[in-house]
Design a binder for this molecule. Structure first.
Ligand code: ATP
Length: 201
């Protein structure tokens, strides 16, 4: 099994950008919690079958996949349903991430979890790498990428761990204020460090 490097950061900090550079430049396997969260509710999964049982087949789109907008709407004002869903999905997501980690063949793998610190999922990792930027940069880049209002982004920022909480939990930090060469250089240094770690174990 590979060494697991947890990768986290706030909204728009550059997690996906960083993960893609590790994958493209060094062939590192990426396990992305957002992708896993979709996989565990694909058709014919334990996850989707339980949701159908709870909400009825109306929760599906015509093609048999989950109608996410409808599910979001159904749990929006019902905390007990939201809790039920979290209690169903969180163990399934965790189990699938562990399964994918076991399958990884690269010298180390990256487990990308946006809410790693908030959900204390760094327990699944050997080391935690945090992508760090200031809030203003997060807001500007997210706005450019998603074309959403500043208020919406600020609400998401307020619901996430603070920059300091993430930095306190970090073993390694990538500062992502700079340009693309600056980022590539930091990733090259971390890659060397993580390869060495693998040999030391
Ligand atoms: P989220 O958690 O919101 O999905 P993320 O942490 O995965 O975001 P990215 O999608 O990688 O963040 O980056 C956010 C935006 O900022 C993207 O449009 C990306 O292209 C851009 N970006 C990332 N790093 C830089 C950089 N160093 N300079 C300029 N733009 C950047």
């Amino acid at each position: 099994m590979s060494i697991v490097i947890g990768l986290t950061g706030g909204i728009g900090s550059g997690k996906t950008t960083v993960a893609n550079l590790f994958a493209d430049n060094y062939g590192i396997d990426i396990i992305d919690a957002d992708i896993v969260a979709r996989e565990v509710v694909e058709p014919n999964t334990v996850g989707l079958n339980a949701i159908i049982k709870k909400f009825g087949a109306d929760i599906l789109l015509e093609d048999g996949t989950l109608n996410r907008a409808k599910l979001r709407e159904a749990i929006f004002s019902q905390p007990e349903l939201k809790q039920w869903l979290n209690e169903l999905l969180h163990p399934l997501i965790r189990e699938k991430m562990l399964h994918d980690i076991k399958l990884s063949k690269s010298p180390y793998c990256l487990l990308v979890v946006p809410l790693m610190v908030e959900n204390n999922l760094q327990t699944l990792t050997n080391r935690l790498l945090v992508v760090d930027v200031d809030e203003q940069t997060q807001i500007e880049r997210t706005q450019q990428r998603d074309n959403v209002s500043i208020e919406q982004i600020k609400n998401i920022l307020a619901s996430q761990a603070t920059r300091q909480q993430r930095l306190d939990a970090a073993d390694d930090v990538i500062t992502n204020f700079g340009d693309s060469p600056a980022l590539t250089l930091q990733i090259a240094q971390l890659h060397r460090q993580y390869l060495k770690m693998d040999h030391d174990l």
